[in-house]
Ligand binder design. Sequence first.
Ligand code: PAF
Length: 298
Amino acid sequence: MSEMKVFRKLDALRAFRRENRDGHWGLVPTMGFLHPGHLELVRRARADHPREDGGRVAVSLFVNPTQFGEPEDLAHYPRALERDLQLLEEAGVDLVFCPSDEDMYPPGFQTYVHLEHVTQPLEGASRPTHFRGVATVLAKLFNLVQPDRAYFGQKDAQQTVVVRRLVKDLDFDLEVVVCPTVREADGLAMSSRNARLSEPQRAAAPVLFRTLQIARQALEEGERDGDLLRQRMRQEIRSEPLAELDYVSVADPDTLLELPVIGTSALLSLAVSFGAVRLIDNLPIDDLKPINSEPIAE
Ligand code: PAF
């Protein structure tokens, strides 16, 4: 299989997968409008699944309606199918799955995957049905494509926690691979939403990464009080007039619950709107020195 195969129909994909059981498969699930962050996931999947070893790389392009709260946001989500297919062909992808909404969610559809706890805080607080949609579509994609590995960006930190939990709890036989966030030169995390920022909003948007770096530096300098860190982050976001703060968080990386006191690791994250465009970013922090760990001088 060297030519890229494009499947729009679920049955055709399933039949193809039944006839092509050999080799290991990597899946990069996306909502299309690909940017260098997605292509980095594809590159990593390709490297992990070399053709010469029978490895295969599949990419899904599907703007999943069930993970959008506001119909407006869904209507405005950018799309560029032909350009995406071209980029994926150039990236050496073996298979693309781009189904229609009607085929993924036909009339009568009523089965959703709901995770109890990790979906509640952060993004879940502002977008209560978002992760139900993400978990449902991923369960469907895993069933249809049957990958050995699935690739996600660290940029959607809570999504990575949700996916790991989903895979563990529902016994999907696959490995979740999380790849580092890809950033613009000024630190802005790459996202399909960035294309919707006006020029002044785009100029203001690096405030997200700057805020995360300020919190990281404070942690590195020994600050361990969660409230003070969150306060410092809020202050930085509020210094940017075009930015409207949704949340800042200094949380446990596994439970996503806010930390009153930081131990050796934390997930710093935030969500900020610029007009109608809502952006998120995060920095995972590991291996902090526990406070009071220095030996007491005699
Ligand atoms: O991260 C995304 O683009 C989406 O949430 C995903 C994982 C493709 C599910 O629709």
